[in-house]
Design a protein around this ligand. Sequence first.
Ligand code: GTP
Ligand code: MG
Length: 200
Amino acid sequence: EAGRMMFANPVEFLKGVVAMSGLPPADRLEVCFAGRSNVGKSSLINALTNRKNLARASNTPGRTQEINYFTTQDGPYLVDLPGYGFAQAPVAVVAKWQALLKEYLSGRATLRRAFVLIDTRHGVKAVDEEILTLLDRAAVTFQVVMTKADKVGVKDREKAIEQVRGALAAHPAAYPEIIVTSSEKGDGIATLRAIIAGLA
Ligand code: GTP
Ligand code: MG
């Protein structure tokens, strides 16, 4: 499997960042995982790296409150981002991490690709559109990863893909291939590993 070596141990947690000044030196490429609160960003990183709780996943929206960096073997940093949209945290705190998220997405020179996660049950929402537009403006190529595919049937899955495809047509920074995943069942995980390995 292409990309397997890159995700073999040791994929390690490097640091949690709360301000742009705390970002690690831009000495290699990185890919990030963005998406609404609870969409499955941290779970996807765990699935990619075959680790149960490398990235902290949780039922509580707003679990990831820092920009978390993980190192891969000779590959890009994997960057787990705080979610946007609804979060179970104080308004002032949320505002602070949302500002950091936007600053990061539009201001990190070594960000090679942003994976934007979309829940297969929900499709692209207004809050997602805002992020996609920000990525267009920053000229950061983004690719949609649909999550939690195990929660819907084949028909709804197809419908969801069509909705996302329609939304992407308006975004010049969109990479056309949509990846459908389940961190629970493993669907699409090998494909995503290979894509990330191919970017390095
Ligand atoms: P924040 O850090 O709060 O923004 O959330 P997140 O996007 O990192 O989501 P997280 O990975 O913490 O997952 C949220 C919830 O969805 C958890 O209860 C996960 O177990 C569940 N979940 C994530 N991926 C999948 C999946 O592929 N299938 C199913 N059935 N559940 C999933
Ligand atoms: Mg998270």
